[in-house]
Design a protein. Structure first.
Length: 116
C-alpha cells in the first residue's frame, strides 16, 4: 500500500484548501482513513477520521469542527480533506494514515501554510 497526499500550499487566513490522499493497493474500502497534522516542534495530532465501508462515520478534532470535512471515494481510492476558514494555527504538515486490522500505513505528508 502506498499513500500520496496532494493539495497543500500557501493560503491566506480565511481561505480554503482541499487535500487529497491517493491510496494505491487493494481493498481501500476496508481501511479506516485518518488525517493527522504536525506543526513545527509539536506532536502529530489527529485532525479527522472516516471509517471504512459505505456507511462511513466521521470524527473531527474540536479545533477543526465546522471548518473541515473529510470524505472518501471508494471507487477512486481517495480520501479528501476540505479545509475552510483556515487560520494560521492550521499551519502544519498534513499526513494521511490508513489502518485495517494490524496494517498501518502513512503518507509522506503535504505542507499547509496559512499566512498573510
Amino acid at each position: 500500500v502506498q499513500l500520496v497526499e496532494s493539495g497543500g500550499g500557501l493560503v491566506q487566513p480565511g481561505g480554503s484548501l482541499r487535500l487529497s490522499c491517493a491510496f494505491s493497493g487493494f481493498t481501500f474500502s476496508m481501511y479506516d482513513m485518518t488525517w493527522y497534522r504536525q506543526a513545527p516542534g509539536k506532536e502529530r495530532d489527529l485532525v479527522a477520521t472516516i471509517t471504512s465501508g459505505g456507511g462511513s462515520r466521521t470524527k473531527y478534532a474540536d479545533s477543526v469542527k465546522g471548518r473541515f470535512t473529510v470524505s472518501r471515494d471508494n471507487a477512486k481510492n481517495t480520501v479528501t480533506l476540505q479545509m475552510n476558514s483556515l487560520q494560521p494555527e492550521d499551519t502544519a504538515v498534513y499526513y494521511c494514515h490508513a489502518t485495517f486490522l494490524e496494517y498501518d500505513y502513512w503518507g509522506q505528508g503535504t505542507q499547509v501554510t496559512v499566512s498573510s
